[in-house]
Design a protein around this ligand. Structure first.
Ligand SMILES: *[C@@H]1O[C@H](CO)[C@@H](O)[C@H](O)[C@H]1NC(C)=O
Ligand SMILES: *[C@@H]1O[C@H](CO)[C@@H](O)[C@H](O)[C@H]1NC(C)=O
Ligand SMILES: *[C@@H]1O[C@H](CO)[C@@H](O)[C@H](O)[C@H]1NC(C)=O
Ligand SMILES: *[C@@H]1O[C@H](CO)[C@@H](O)[C@H](O)[C@H]1NC(C)=O
Ligand SMILES: *[C@@H]1O[C@H](CO)[C@@H](O)[C@H](O)[C@H]1NC(C)=O
Ligand SMILES: *[C@@H]1O[C@H](CO)[C@@H](O)[C@H](O)[C@H]1NC(C)=O
Length: 395
């Protein structure tokens, strides 16, 4: 954070990129970088779907898993008749626009179809959304298994104060979210003059107040389990609810500022001329290992999701995506695929150039720290093997 002025005036690509880089470096540790999507679909005869079920699922995914109005961040629907009836829902984090939500749901459908082909129950989590289907009617039902959690690698510096604020914060979240008709809450608390804790809790909207509260209590139990203690941030993902806390402001305030727009392909208009100092900075940035993170996010279509919200509010998202796009092109594995400096200049200045899609950059770094929580009902430990972690591949 420190070296970087946090201004977006003039919407300089440079400052936006630097803010992005600083956010990645200081707030999301490389080690703890959670890898999305998480898909959960245990193999085996118990989870093998009939052909008719797969037909119904295909039909549902082709068109039915959309809110008619296109406005909802939660939706549930069915297709077919028993015994091959499919129940399915999606939920998006409350601070995202319906367009971003639908984009995420589309990605989630694609990855669940790919990873869980032939199973009659599956769930997939992205940072922004969750998509789930089953042959059971799970609507309006509290389900706390499987649960997945991930945390940031960075250790807290003031354990007692941190845990105290964390406890207070979650007590407030668990009091507020269930009674909110939209079933979410955010809460902030000061750990010190320099550190502020940001937290979020959300249940699927079909849950009752009591079930939502029970789900969030389960989530908080996971947070307080040993592995999560002492870490600066974490998430718990449960079919019926999710929570997240960080030492940075990872969510948008929907009441104050509109959520970000859809993630558009970064090759259309609206680019302004950049001056030469910005271009030089871009070249420096692209040499950074941080580009790997940008690459991962790019592949997941989530590059904007993790952008510092302060930057998001005041900056031009399309322009920012352009900068990241060009940055990725500059670190292609094959040097012949990298643009020359003069073409980078043209790309930055042009409104209409069609940029090529980047492939995997030449850097590789990072380790996924993740785990599965113990199931509350049957005591079964959900191991890493049950969580299909994505390979990062270009789409
Ligand atoms: C399959 O389901 C049956 C009945 O629900 C259960 O008894 C059995 O243990 C399950 N088998 C596996 C491999 O999970
Ligand atoms: C969504 O779930 C609710 C129960 O929570 C149910 O009443 C409703 O019919 C479902 N919607 C669809 C389209 O199936
Ligand atoms: C799913 O599996 C079926 C049968 O094995 C196969 O024909 C189909 O192409 C697969 N679909 C996807 C999206 O992988
Ligand atoms: C956090 O603390 C643990 C245990 O004290 C230590 O092993 C680990 O290296 C620390 N992580 C970081 C990022 O400093
Ligand atoms: C925080 O909550 C946990 C679990 O409810 C409890 O064990 C712990 O003592 C609390 N810590 C503080 C500092 O309040
Ligand atoms: C170029 O950008 C820098 C900030 O990076 C700014 O100080 C300078 O005034 C800009 N030059 C022009 C010609 O806009």
């Amino acid at each position: 954070m420190s070296i970087l002025a946090f201004s977006c005036s003039g919407s300089l690509c440079l400052l936006q990129l630097l803010s992005f880089v600083s956010m990645v470096m200081s707030q999301r540790s490389l080690d703890g970088e959670p890898t999305f999507p998480y898909a959960h679909c245990p193999p085996g005869s118990n989870n093998t779907a009939s052909t008719k079920f797969m037909d119904n699922l295909g039909h549902l995914f082709k068109g039915n898993l959309y809110d008619e109005s296109g406005k909802s961040l939660y939706y549930n629907t069915t297709d077919g008749e028993p015994p091959d009836k499919v129940y399915s829902n999606y939920i998006c984090r409350f601070d995202f626009s319906p367009e971003t939500c639908q984009n995420c749901v589309d990605n989630a459908i694609n990855s669940v179809v790919e990873r869980c082909n032939g199973t009659k129950e599956a769930i997939v989590w992205y940072p922004t959304c969750m998509v789930r289907y089953s042959d059971r009617n799970f609507f309006s039902t509290l389900e706390t298994v499987p649960s997945i959690y991930s945390w940031s690698a960075a250790n807290i510096t003031q354990p007692f104060q941190f845990v105290k604020i964390l406890n207070q914060t979650f007590a407030d979240l668990i009091a507020m979210a269930p009674s909110n008709p939209s079933k979410y809450a955010i809460k902030e608390g000061d750990i010190s003059d320099f550190e502020r804790l940001y937290s979020l809790a959300q249940c699927t909207q079909d849950l009752s107040t009591e079930d939502c509260r029970a789900c969030l209590n389960t989530a908080f139990d996971r947070v307080t389990e040993d592995n999560m203690q002492g870490k600066q941030g974490g998430r718990v993902l449960i079919p019926s609810c999710f929570v997240r806390y960080e030492l940075f402001r990872f969510y948008e305030e929907p009441e104050v500022v509109g959520p970000p727009g859809p993630i558009s392909p970064p090759n259309k208009g609206r680019r302004r001329k950049k001056n030469s100092s910005a271009r030089i900075q871009i070249a420096i940035i692209t040499a950074s290992v941080v580009i790997v993170i940008a690459w991962k996010l790019w592949c997941e279509g989530e590059a904007l999701e993790l952008m510092d919200p302060v930057v998001m509010h005041s900056c031009d998202a399309v322009e920012l995506m352009n900068c990241i796009h060009i940055g990725l092109l500059c670190v292609q594995e094959d040097p012949t695929n990298r643009p020359t400096m003069s073409s980078v200049v043209v790309m930055l200045a042009s409104d209409s150039i069609q940029l090529p899609q980047p492939t995997q950059p030449a850097f590789s770094v990072g380790r996924v720290v993740e785990n599965c929580a113990q199931s509350s009902s049957d005591g079964k430990v959900c191991s890493i093997n049950e969580v299909t972690v994505s390979n990062v591949l270009p789409r």
